[in-house]
Design a protein around this ligand. Structure first.
Ligand SMILES: Cc1ncc(COP(=O)(O)O)c(C=O)c1O
Length: 482
């Protein structure tokens, strides 16, 4: 099995890390994140004001945001939670792009209060925004080229995608906003995802730069900012090559000279909103092999599941997996040498082949990190299984089906220390929105209901403050009366 060359730890180091922190956990490499941003910024250093608005949805963690802010990134947010995360981290509003869809008013209100750049997904939102909140100073629109581009499995076929304006709507939108007094304009699209072909990424720049001229000709609006979207891909498979990000920057520069500068349309600020390219290859899901099972196929069970990383189950996405033997595995796992009855006749695969489905413990058959995957060494209970390239759209896409708590996140620092940047969820976290006393008293009459309400209140945060204060006050009053 090919090893990933740039995996930053030796076998004994990763086994040691897996022994120090309860598996499963996501592990990010701080220096790696910084280097990814620096590479992208260097590629676009020809463009004054270039900024990567990191797609917060990829890895929404405040520590990661802090690192990215130090490296000059802004943010791309798609929800109020992501906006508030950036606000709490002190990211200035003009470095935040709000690209949402089907957006409720309260989310626009948060974006407006922060001074975020609002990137509208739908023509009708122009009037909606004007009526409810007033139009912002800088308006940006998301373009959907429909049949003009093909998209891919992650982003979908643009003409089937729910996102963005058609060309006609785009032109009408700019005209309408200009007539309503908006002075500054941006243009955005997001049509490719996980793209490792330079040419395909350049097509997006060509499409948008050409549109800048069309918009100027047909509406008189001068676009001041073009957002090429995210979508720069990473090599998930060991035989795939890293994209030459310098070639992307140079190619976009060439198109900028040809389609913007030569036509006297500049200056236009070029920005991007890559998530995966920045954190994807420098994050790993570290798990431990819990069981082996052989029925019609060979299965390797690990202690993570699709709730920790949904991409393989959802998109059939490939994530490389490496197995690291732990000479001193933790207690409480099955024996490494178990005697199986001979079921070789039942096998779909060649008996004894080291080809496995790597599975979690969800009651869903697509809870698989890999299907028919050759693994060497053949995993044994207690081994450490590392799922690579999980740093983006990994933990953040997690969910709680079957009551699976989300795992912790750790950051490997340049000095070799490891920082917990998110604790694992507990069962109490999952139950914290439920009312057990209420459910127990449910249907048992008014007295039981009042008792249940009192018990619920006694467990509330308010009670934790009010009760000690009331007791203290009662004690003081009693003392004075004596
Ligand atoms: C609007 C938008 N921008 C940026 C991104 C980030 O994409 P990537 O992480 O592939 O760069 C996404 C991903 O879903 C997106 O929907």
């Amino acid at each position: 099995m090919p090893r990933i060359d740039d995996f930053p730890w030796t076998e004994s180091e990763i086994v040691d890390l897996a022994g120090r922190f309860p598996t499963p956990f996501h592990l990010y490499h701080e220096q790696g994140i910084r280097e990814q941003v620096r590479g992208l910024n260097k590629a676009f250093s020809w463009c004054p004001g270039f900024r990567n608005h990191f797609a917060v949805k990829a890895t929404p963690n405040p520590y990661i945001m802090k690192i990215l802010m130090e490296e000059g990134c802004g943010a791309d947010c798609s929800s109020s939670t992501e906006l508030v995360l950036c606000q709490k981290m002190g990211l200035p509003g003009d470095q935040v792009m709000f690209t949402s869809n089907n957006t409720p008013l309260k989310e626009y209100a948060i974006a407006k209060k922060m001074g975020a750049i609002v990137n509208i997904d739908d023509f009708t939102h122009v009037e909606f925004l004007e009526k409810e909140l007033g139009l912002p100073e800088l308006m940006s629109f998301r373009y959907n080229p429909g049949p003009g581009r093909t998209g891919n499995v992650l982003i979908g076929d643009p003409k089937e995608a729910k996102f963005g304006f058609t060309m006609n709507q785009l032109l009408e939108g700019y005209k309408a906003c200009k007539a309503k007094g908006v002075k500054r304009f941006g243009l955005h699209t997001m049509v490719v995802s996980n793209c490792i072909k330079v040419e395909e990424l350049l097509e997006t720049a060509r499409m948008l730069f050409t549109l800048v001229a069309t918009i100027k000709e047909q509406t008189g609006v001068a676009i001041e900012m073009v957002n090429l979207g995210g979508g720069i891909g990473i090599p998930y498979k060991p035989d795939e090559k890293r994209i030459d990000v310098a070639a992307v920057g140079a190619g976009v520069h060439g198109l900028y000279k040809e389609l913007i500068e030569a036509k006297g349309l500049g200056p236009v600020r070029v920005v991007m909103e890559c998530g995966r390219y920045i954190t994807g290859p420098v994050g790993w899901l570290v798990t431990r092999v819990t069981h082996r099972k052989s029925t019609y196929k060979n299965y390797v069970g690990v202690d993570a599941c699709m709730a920790n990383l949904m991409r393989p189950g959802m998109y059939d996405a490939y994530h490389h997996i490496t197995i690291h033997r732990d000479a001193n595995p933790p207690k409480g796992l099955p024996s490494r040498e178990s005697d199986l009855p001979d079921n070789s006749k039942d096998y779909i695969l060649k008996p004894g082949s080291n080809v496995f489905d790597v599975v979690g413990g969800l009651c869903e058959n697509n809870d698989k990190f890999a299907v028919n995957r050759p693994l060497d060494p053949a995993p044994l209970p207690g081994d450490v299984a590392v799922i690579h390239d999980s740093g983006a759209h990994g933990h953040s896409m997690g969910f709680n089906y079957n009551g699976k708590p989300r795992s912790a996140e750790y950051l490997y620092r340049p000095d070799g220390s490891v920082l917990k940047i998110r604790r694992a969820e507990t069962i109490d976290d999952l139950f914290s929105t439920l009312d057990f006393p209420g459910a127990q008293a449910f249907g048992e009459g008014p007295v039981a209901s009042i008792v249940a309400k009192a018990r619920t209140w006694l467990r509330s945060d308010t009670a934790k403050v009010v009760l000690p204060l009331s007791l203290a006050a009662a004690f003081l009053i009693a003392q004075r009366r004596r």
